[in-house]
Design a protein around this ligand. Structure first.
Ligand code: ATP
Length: 322
């Protein structure tokens, strides 16, 4: 018999609930005692932990957000903070911890595991910036939300011959912007990973206008050097007219808020069970992710010491299709 705890950490992502449900139910199916920790690493430090059974995770697979709550916790970045967390777990006789979260959260998992507490990470962030997995829980739903917004803005843009700058989430990783841009038929996509000359964007807009296009859509990642605000300022300062009227829309947290789609529910269910299987094998210090469409583990050390690269094939595709 094992005692296993689960927490969600960092930015919430649609599908986290489906992952909690899978962790709890797969653990119970093995005859283990399962525990839920409130508010991520903050709840771990303060000992906000309670036992969870099959019924506690009923009716949540279709809900966005996380029933356990999430938090950012500076104290967990210190050894003292993490030792407090380990004490909370040991007091309840917990044998292993499942951490559902993104890059920062898995860095915390890595340290906790190295400092002596067995941890398995589950890849979950709308940024899709985790090394060791092709997809993370939440990104597909966030992408569909961004796409719906782009489609709607395109409709109004056409009516008024406007160009829309649409800023999507992604501080360091342009995955969402690139995929939303390609799927939304954007004229131009600006990413943190690719240096862009704003004059090139202006020229693109001008040509689109001269060719009689009724609208133009520029998708920018929030972490691009020229995000929506910087690009708007640049156009204001350097161009009297680009043809189109330009409007900027920042999608922001709207992208996190949706109910998970089928893909994220299934991915989260597979990852949650994958975490329990890893614990059953006593394979700790790993991230559960997707490789070649199979649930596979990657050592957390590898995850935290590598940066996931954006696909340059997709960048080239975007340029051909714009
Ligand atoms: P997302 O990218 O989707 O917002 P995330 O997991 O990357 O999710 P972060 O805010 O980066 O979100 O990290 C969440 C929490 O993980 C932090 O508040 C902190 O408690 C812990 N954490 C982050 N970095 C470290 C670190 N270097 N060492 C230990 N813990 C960390």
């Amino acid at each position: 018999m094992k005692r296993v705890a689960v927490l969600t950490s960092g930015g919430d992502a649609p599908g986290m609930n489906a992952a909690i449900r899978a962790v709890v139910r797969c653990g119970v199916a093995k005859g283990w005692e399962m525990y839920g920790i409130r508010n991520g690493y903050a709840g771990l430090i303060s000992g906000n932990i309670r036992q969870m059974g099959t019924r506690d995770v009923g009716g949540i697979i279709q809900k966005g957000g996380t029933i356990l709550g999430s938090a950012r916790c500076e104290e967990f970045k210190t050894v003292e903070g993490r030792l407090k967390g380990i004490r909370s777990l040991r007091q309840l006789g917990i044998d292993a911890l499942v951490v559902i979260g993104g890059n920062g959260s898995q860095t915390g998992s890595y340290h906790l595991n190295k400092e002596g507490f067995p941890v398995v990470g589950v890849a979950s962030t709308i940024d899709n910036d985790l090394y060791g997995t092709e997809m993370t829980i939440g990104v597909d739903t966030a992408l569909n939300i961004a796409l719906e917004a782009i489609d709607r803005l395109k409709t109004t843009a056409t009516s008024h011959q406007r160009a829309f700058l649409i800023e999507v989430m992604g501080r360091k990783c342009g995955y969402l912007a690139l995929m939303a841009g390609i799927a939304g038929g954007a004229e131009y996509i600006l990413l943190p990973e690719v240096e862009t000359d704003p004059e090139e964007v202006a020229e693109n807009l001008r040509l689109a206008y001269e060719h009689g296009k009724e609208h133009a859509i520029i998708v920018v990642a929030e972490g691009a050097k020229y995000n929506a605000e910087a690009l708007t300022n640049y156009f204001d300062q350097h161009h009297d007219r680009l043809g189109f009227n330009i409007r900027a829309t920042i999608l922001g947290h709207v992208q996190r808020g949706g109910d998970p789609g089928a893909f994220d529910r299934l991915l989260a269910s597979r990852f949650g069970c994958g975490a329990i299987e890893a614990i059953d094998r006593e394979e700790y210090g790993v991230l559960v992710g997707l490789k070649e469409n199979m649930v596979q583990t990657t050592p957390l050390e590898e995850v935290v010491s590598n940066n996931k690269q954006i696909s340059m094939d997709m960048v080239r595709l975007a340029r051909i299709l714009d």
